[in-house]
Design a protein around this ligand. Structure first.
Ligand code: SF4
Ligand code: SF4
Length: 708
């Protein structure tokens, strides 16, 4: 007993010292980051509920049924089998130790053994998944491509070791009469039957060896965990608890520096405009990097990665984490002398630019940074609530605002926004051209909205200036007119919402445009706004409140589906067509508007809706978000063509969407396929409002008479 106690305590102290040093270093590293914006710890009740559902309920993980179930078993195994570790430590002091009150109850013995078996089964599933998705064979298609494979296998092996050593000492304990559970522990009893023929003396030895082995493996595992990606075991609850609520989708945060938003009209001298070095990230950013499990769920959904671009959200986060850890001694050094005395490799790491190409030693390649379409598929999938889009845009902000470094094609768009207030540079006078030929007058706001006007119809740059989007604007205008909805437009008073400027990182320009629009809308007394563009919808509804603009914003699909439900619009004429619907990222994933578009299609007689394999939360971007609409796509295959192929794969004759960006991208994709002879000439891409108008009017023209 004495040897058992001394050895057990010695390995415990050693492990806690080694692990504790690492944990303290990680804590100091997180503290080296900037303060986060306020509110990360507010609303404790909601945050606890999120931890309960996402960490303990494994909500996001269970969306992937097989790996989710395996992870559920292993996670809960860790929780339940915590009791066996306490029992093992107790047995160092007292051979027949048991937990107070419940320590001899059959149900506890059963539960512990059940989870030993469940964890072993989970390990088999994990091993099979890893073998099936071996990146050496599957290449980029594997979600584990780029993950640290050796450490992952080591951790699986360590968990296996924990399980068999538990069975060893519990089986031996039964044979020596020191096991706390007379009944219930079925797997331990099976182990005891195997060990019984060895005799009592051998079982006495095996009991001690088993306990020391089990504790030794657990303590070694503890050290491995804090030195590896399995740090997520401890960090995940913390990261989920402090994540953006309800999720890191929808609005972008303003530029924060030192825990407060930067005032662009009167910035402080030491304000940081985005993230230009790893220490510019907040402690939450550092926590994100440390929490990544390298599971690759984000990578598997990323449209950039899936079309051959160098961007993988997983590799981006891993790259930032590895750099933060390698630079840590430099960041944590107390003085210049200490920094000068650091090994050359550490000082070289500290000199690496955060964003730069391989030759410059950059941590993140510019092609990686500019490939992101901010679709949010990564954020949606991440089981530990990492906020990839915020980090991408924060790095873009520094590149644009401080380095003036961004893809040159986007420069034209930014100049047009500054000069003319729209990405095409057409100017305010062109904003009412879409109304020409309508059989009724579209009221234009002059000062305040008249009292009888219910909705301000926000047309948007594309809706006013792009020929394809103008058809949607006219269809919606006609439908609202048909339903007797009183609305008015701003006409030349409208300017770009600033969405493309914000997503490319030009926050200063975004704020200029947004403030101008907020002033216009507030002067008009706008309360309810209807928009046809998913990006305008997101900006006005979610981002304008940051600048004092508070409105009830509806997307046209929401308003039209309500008008159909109220029978103010009655689609009676059949539209005999096979149809599919593409969820725009900024309508669906970012703002959870999934049902209204489908309700509209469901209301049109004759429409046969077939969903694409990737729909709703898992929809695949059209390629236009994140200001990518105005950048060349020269690496890999084109995102819009990949999505068009998926739409064509449903057999659709009409591909519908509900955002002008998507319409443009999918139309381009379809035209390419038509030129290649891969799509029939009759197939069309259209906003679903055009289908609704056709059914309401029965004109036979899918775009309605207004588009003629
Ligand atoms: S937002 Fe979309 S494109 Fe950007 S990293 Fe995430 S999944 Fe990839
Ligand atoms: S960022 Fe999230 S989804 Fe992506 S690999 Fe890391 S843990 Fe998995």
């Amino acid at each position: 007993m004495t040897a058992r106690l001394v050895l057990g305590l010695a390995i415990t102290v050693a492990a806690f010292v080694v692990a504790g040093r690492r944990v303290f270093m990680l804590y100091r590293l997180a503290r080296a980051g900037q303060p986060a914006e306020p509110g990360r710890t507010a609303d404790v009740g909601t945050r606890l509920w999120t931890v309960a559902t996402e960490v303990f309920g494994q909500r996001k993980l269970l969306k992937w049924t097989v790996p989710g179930a395996a992870h559920f078993a292993v996670f809960w195994g860790f929780v339940i089998l915590g009791a066996t570790i306490v029992e093992g430590f107790g047995a160092l002091f007292q051979r027949d130790f048991h937990l107070p009150l419940i320590g001899t109850q059959a149900w506890l013995g059963f539960l512990e053994d059940l989870f030993i078996v469940a964890v072993l089964a989970g390990l088999v599933v994990f091993a099979v998944i890893r073998l099936m998705q071996n990146p050496r064979r599957e290449g980029r298609r594997s979600r584990f491509f780029g993950s640290h494979l050796g450490p992952a296998w080591l951790v699986l092996f360590m968990i296996f070791n924990v399980m068999w050593t538990l069975l060893l000492y519990r089986g031996a304990q039964i044979n020596t009469g020191n096991f706390p559970f007379p009944h219930g522990a079925f797997a331990s009893q099976a182990a005891a039957r195997v060990l019984a023929p060895l005799g009592k003396t051998a079982n006495n030895v095996l009991e001690t060896v088993g306990i020391l082995l089990a504790l030794g493996v657990v303590l070694t595992f503890l050290v491995i965990v804090v030195y590896s990606k399995h740090l997520h075991i401890f960090l995940a609850p913390l990261n989920v608890a402090t994540s953006r609520r309800p999720h890191a989708l929808g609005p972008l945060l303003p530029v924060y520096s030192g825990g407060k938003p930067v005032d662009f009209e009167d910035p402080d001298e030491d304000d940081k405009f985005g993230r230009g070095a790893i220490e510019d990230f907040t402690w939450k950013g550092m926590l994100d990097f440390g929490t990544c499990t390298e599971c690759g769920r984000c990578q598997s959904q990323c449209p950039a990665w899936n079309t051959g671009k160098p961007l993988s959200p997983k590799l981006l986060i891993m790259g930032l984490r590895d750099h933060a850890l390698a630079k840590a001694p430099y960041l944590l050094a107390g003085s210049d002398d200490e920094r000068a005395a650091l090994p050359e490799a550490v000082r070289a790491e500290a000199d690496r630019p955060l964003v730069g190409d391989a030759e410059a030693g950059g941590v993140i390649d510019p092609d990686v940074l500019w490939s992101c379409v901010t679709c949010g598929a990564c954020v949606e999938q991440c089981p530990v609530d990492i906020e990839h889009v915020d980090h991408v845009v924060d790095m873009r902000r520094y590149q644009v605002l401080i380095e003036s470094a961004f893809p040159k094609e986007a420069g034209t768009m930014l100049r047009n926004l500054e000069r003319a207030g729209d990405p095409w540079g057409r100017g305010a006078r062109a904003r009412l051209e879409w109304t020409a030929g309508l059989p009724f007058e579209v009221p234009v706001v002059d000062g305040e909205l008249p009292a009888d006007v219910e909705y301000l119809f926000w047309v948007g740059c594309a809706g006013a200036l792009d020929d394809r989007a103008k058809r949607t604007t006219r269809a919606v205008a006609e439908l609202l007119h048909e339903a007797g909805v009183r609305y008015a437009v701003l006409g030349s008073g409208e300017t770009c919402t600033g969405d493309p400027a914000r997503r490319i990182g030009q926050e200063f320009l975004f704020q200029e445009l947004a403030k101008q629009n907020v002033e216009t809308l507030n002067t008009a007394g706008a309360k309810k706004i209807v928009v046809t563009c998913a990006h305008c919808f997101n900006a006005i509804a979610n981002e304008y409140p940051q600048l004092g603009g508070h409105y009830e914003v509806v997307h046209h699909t929401q308003l039209l589906s309500r008008l159909v439900a109220e029978r103010r619009l009655v689609p009676v004429h059949p539209v005999d067509a096979a149809v599919t619907y593409h969820d725009p990222c900024y309508l669906g994933r970012h703002n959870r508007v999934f049902s209204p578009p489908r309700e509209i299609l469901g209301s049109v007689p004759g429409v046969r809706l077939t969903e694409m394999p990737r729909n709703r939360e898992t929809s695949f971007c059209c390629g236009a978000g994140g200001a990518r609409m105005w950048m060349e796509e020269s690496i890999g295959t084109r995102i819009n063509e990949t999505r068009t192929d998926e739409a064509l794969g449903t057999g659709a004759e009409v591909v519908t969407a509900a955002c002008p960006y998507c319409i443009v991208m999918l139309t381009d994709g379809l035209n390419t396929r038509k030129q290649q002879g891969a799509a029939a000439e009759e197939i069309e891409v259209t906003d679903l409002s055009a289908l609704l108008l056709r059914s309401v009017r029965g004109t036979g023209d899918p775009d309605g008479p207004a588009s003629a």
